[in-house]
Design a protein around this ligand. Structure first.
Ligand code: GLA
Length: 424
């Protein structure tokens, strides 16, 4: 539209309203400073109106499942060959049948913006282009995800979406994107997270394509308090490290530390809006299989997104058996959508319990210590009367006992879990 001032991040429709408002303010015949103040107030009101609108894109009624490139391939290793091979492997390994569907490219697929401000994919690594890649993933019966950032640049220094939210959302929709992870690096001083992610939510909605919005501000502004009507999942912590309980000097943390940070956040999540405990490390080599089983079990108990983060084309049978455990996945994907919680603790020994749609419970007996130890779950701690007779099924061994009353005890390996369902 000739002569219209472009306002970064404001959709053309709102831009038009703002432009009309600018004219109205001019007509009021007030001085330039009053005019500017009135204009800013009008623009802010338009912004806050967007914040107040509730979102329901109907997506992620159960925690999203899929794969994300970052943990294994980082910035340097991502290209279209990896994405295609991952989509192939997701199908051939049985993961697709087990419920995994999103193939998400993290940082570094993008290089620059063109003269019109359109985001441009790295032509060397993605010679076929994004549309062709999305088509390939869709042909496999899977869904395609990309990554951006709410600031000027991504964490790896690629162009971010700030000021280009509607333009980018339209572009993603044209490519056939189904899932967007939006990071929080290189934001402006004072940039408001709730406002920024709401802007992207509205931009995605305006694109006309259903796109899952994955908020990634690392729990910095307590997204569990405001993000339920904004995104489908929000990272609740800093980045995961492939270790049991380590911390790194650059801030990445092991699975036990993530668990500690999210303890108590379960009640904020539910169908359509989940606590994201970060991409899985199962199969990346830093932990034992026992530790990976614990990692996977706990993510499922907490209704976390199950985004595999390993090389799906090269998985050992042990790793495949973890990622493909359908009974553990069923706990994660339970229709009630109520994340579990810590119900008992004594030193290194813990009991975590999750209510299931059929009235049963999923229970994880977690041993944080190095030596094997017996852990008991009391019925009264998981919300049952002591006299209730229940069937207990071990989700890793398949062992089952019926008529159990009062409690269930089992030997949990060091740095490991026993995971059961308890069904009256
Ligand atoms: C941040 C995010 C990670 C990953 C990288 C990419 O650290 O938290 O999950 O997306 O950026 O640069």
């Amino acid at each position: 539209m000739a002569g219209r001032t472009e306002i970064p991040g404001v959709p053309s429709r709102l831009g038009t309203i703002v432009e009309v408002s600018r004219c109205e303010v001019k007509k009021m015949n007030v001085g330039p400073i009053v005019c500017r103040v009135l204009f800013i107030v009008l623009a802010l009101q338009l912004g806050s109106a967007a914040v107040c609108r509730a979102s329901d894109n109907g997506l992620a009624k159960t925690p999203p499942m899929g794969w994300n490139s970052w943990n294994k391939f980082g910035c340097k290793g991502i290209d279209e060959k990896v994405v295609r091979e991952t989509a192939d492997a997701m199908v051939s390994s049985g993961m697709k049948d087990a419920g995994y569907q999103y193939v998400v490219m993290d940082d570094c697929w993008q290089t620059r913006r063109d003269a019109e401000g359109n985001i441009v994919a790295d032509a060397e690594r993605f010679p076929s282009g994004m549309k062709a890649l999305a088509d390939y993933v869709h042909e496999k019966g899977l869904k395609f995800g990309v990554y951006t950032d709410a600031g000027t640049k991504t964490c790896a220094g690629r162009p971010g979406s700030l000021g280009h939210e509607y333009q980018d959302a339209r572009q993603y929709a044209n490519w056939g994107v189904d899932y967007l992870k939006e990071d929080w690096c290189n934001t402006l001083p004072g940039q408001d997270s709730q406002f920024s992610y709401t802007l992207m939510r509205d931009a995605l909605a305006a694109s006309g394509r259903p796109i899952v919005l994955s908020i990634c501000e690392w729990g910095a502004t307590k997204p569990w308090l405001w993000a339920a009507p904004v995104g489908n999942l929000w990272r609740a912590t800093g980045d995961i490290q492939d270790c049991w309980d380590c911390t790194t000097k650059w801030g990445r943390i092991g699975v036990m530390l993530i668990l500690d940070e999210v303890k108590g956040l379960g009640s904020y999540a539910g169908p359509g809006h989940w606590n994201d405990l970060d991409i899985l490390e199962v199969g990346n080599g830093g932990m034992s299989n026992e530790e990976y089983r614990a990692h996977f079990s706990l993510w499922a108990l907490l209704s976390a997104p199950l985004l595999a983060g390993n090389d799906l084309s090269n998985m050992s049978s042990d790793i495949k058996a973890i990622l493909l455990n359908k009974e553990v996945i069923a706990v994660d994907q339970d229709a009630l959508g109520r994340p579990g919680a810590l119900v008992w603790k004594d030193g290194d020994l813990e009991v975590w319990s999750k209510q299931l749609a059929d009235g049963g419970r999923a229970v994880v007996l977690l041993n944080r210590g190095a030596a094997a130890a017996t852990i008991g779950a009391q019925w009264t701690d998981i919300g049952y009367p002591a006299g209730l007779a229940a069937t207990v099924r071990d989700l890793w061994t398949g062992n089952q006992v019926s008529g159990r009353k009062g409690s269930y005890s089992a030997l949990a390996p060091g740095h490991g879990v026993v995971m059961v369902t308890v069904k009256p």
